[in-house]
Design a protein around this ligand. Structure first.
Ligand SMILES: Cc1ncc(COP(=O)(O)O)c(C=O)c1O
Length: 429
């Protein structure tokens, strides 16, 4: 009888559903999760530091979320129409998100950022989108373009080296309309915005760029440059939303964008995406405006379904509870301090990045403020560490490299991680 692992390797490319790149001998199939733990089909236990790529901030099997889904399940899975749960979630997001006067649901972060960019193009009548080096905004064409590179455009302007390809199959027409700037470099970014002002629809930014915090004034400066040149500012809050603060990065950094994309944590682990923004921008999706020159098509069969939004409603209640963000931030600090201690005790040339309940190790002593700086880090060592941790029962995404904490984690779980990290580092050549 073939094992679960063999069956998985037979039907999924590389035995994975995307972005994992585990060697075949580490491929496994998950049987169940609880809190911040997972068990595979062989009964091996893992401490989860991926948490569904951050979508399960509440923790696996969080009782309030389970109960909300249990109540909703017999009442219908999808109507492709506004329902009570969707309405309650939308009202709460409009209340907590300074950027969102109106919102619409979709089913993933990929869709949410795609709609924000489409809205920006339609609203401004311009075509180009500026993103930052190394930024991932979902699997849509712009989202993956220049994931590893600077583009041709930026290359000409800034004399950047030739880009690495990020994904084959992206329409060239899309690549031609993407500009790439160095994160945390406001002078260069503002110069690109000014240079392309007539064509620039929007700047899309993950306010905490992967695990790299914005330097003081960077986000406010972006907003100002966008305002000056008539481009919109889009915050991709798929990761930061409900994670850095209840009001997301908008509240945490005190900068309000024109449009915002949500996903991940909002759904309590269930499929969700949402985009919102200023009323005058959002209203160009109104179907009674179909036929007008800037009308924008949006539709998502599963967007706002009552199961996902029941989970979201429960998740929002959890997030709103006393001390949630103090706890997430304290835990993040605890893990990051511990990581730095372990690196130092092993005399590793490394440092720890992140904010809130997020952490990442970068094997370089040079200051890291942008993706470009990250390219100077020792990526082979980073991957070797991630795989050594995986072997030691830490579930994480060895390609993603970001560690996600959740409300189910505690200091003892972080200590267990740090012990295994120490052991993993000792095993590396
Ligand atoms: C910053 C950011 N934006 C968008 C996405 C896409 O979200 P999804 O995988 O739900 O489509 C991701 C996913 O990892 C992300 O990290």
């Amino acid at each position: 009888m073939p094992s679960f692992r063999e069956r998985s390797l037979a039907v999924f490319p590389a035995g994975s559903n995307g972005e994992f790149n585990l060697p075949a001998e580490l491929a496994m199939v998950i049987a169940r999760g609880e809190g911040c733990e997972l068990w595979d089909t062989e009964g091996k236990r893992y401490l989860d530091f991926s948490m569904g790529w951050g979508s399960v901030l509440v923790g696996h099997g969080r009782p309030e979320v389970v109960e909300a889904v249990r109540v909703q399940a017999p009442l219908g899975a999808n109507f492709a129409y506004i329902n009570e749960n969707a309405l309650a979630v939308a009202e709460e997001v409009v209340r907590l998100s300074p950027a969102s006067e109106r919102v619409r649901f979709c089913a993933s972060g990929t869709e949410a950022t795609m709609y924000c960019m489409r809205l920006a193009r339609a609203f401004t009548g311009r075509r180009k989108i500026l993103k930052f080096e190394g930024a991932y905004h979902g699997a849509n064409d712009v989202g993956v373009t220049s994931l590893f590179p600077p583009t041709k455009e930026a290359g000409r302007l800034l004399d950047f080296p030739t880009p690495d390809p990020s994904s084959a199959g992206v329409a060239h027409a899309v690549e031609d309309h993407v500009l790439v700037a160095p994160y945390n470099d406001l002078v260069t970014t503002a110069a690109i915005i000014a240079r392309y002002a007539a064509e620039l629809a929007a700047v899309i930014v993950e306010p905490l760029h992967r695990c790299l915090p914005p330097v003081a004034g960077f986000l406010a400066g972006l907003k100002e440059a966008c305002r000056e040149h008539g481009a919109l500012l889009i915050f991709d809050e798929v990761v930061t939303g409900f994670r850095l603060a209840y009001g997301g990065a908008q509240a945490y950094y005190g900068v309000v964008p024109d449009l915002v994309a949500y996903g991940k944590a909002l759904g309590g682990g269930y499929p969700i995406g949402m985009f919102g923004g200023r009323g005058e921008i959002m209203d160009i999706v109104r179907e009674d405006r179909m036929g007008e020159p800037n009308y924008v098509w949006t539709a998502s069969t599963l967007g706002g379904n009552p199961i996902s939004t029941a989970a979201a409603r429960a998740a929002l209640q959890v997030f709103k509870g006393d001390g949630t963000y103090e706890r997430l931030h304290a835990l993040g600090r605890y893990l990051r301090d511990g990581l730095a201690r372990v690196l130092a005790s092993r005399q590793e040339a490394g440092q720890v990045l992140g904010d809130g309940p997020l952490a990442q190790v970068a094997f370089t002593r040079e200051p890291v403020r942008s993706y470009r700086d990250m390219r100077g880090a020792n990526r082979e060592r980073q991957r070797a560490l991630m795989l050594a941790l995986f072997e030691r029962g830490i579930f994480l995404n060895p390609m993603g490299t970001k560690l996600y904490l959740s409300l189910a984690h505690d200091e003892a779980v972080c200590d267990a991680f740090l012990d295994r990290m120490d052991d993993a580092l000792a095993s590396l050549p």
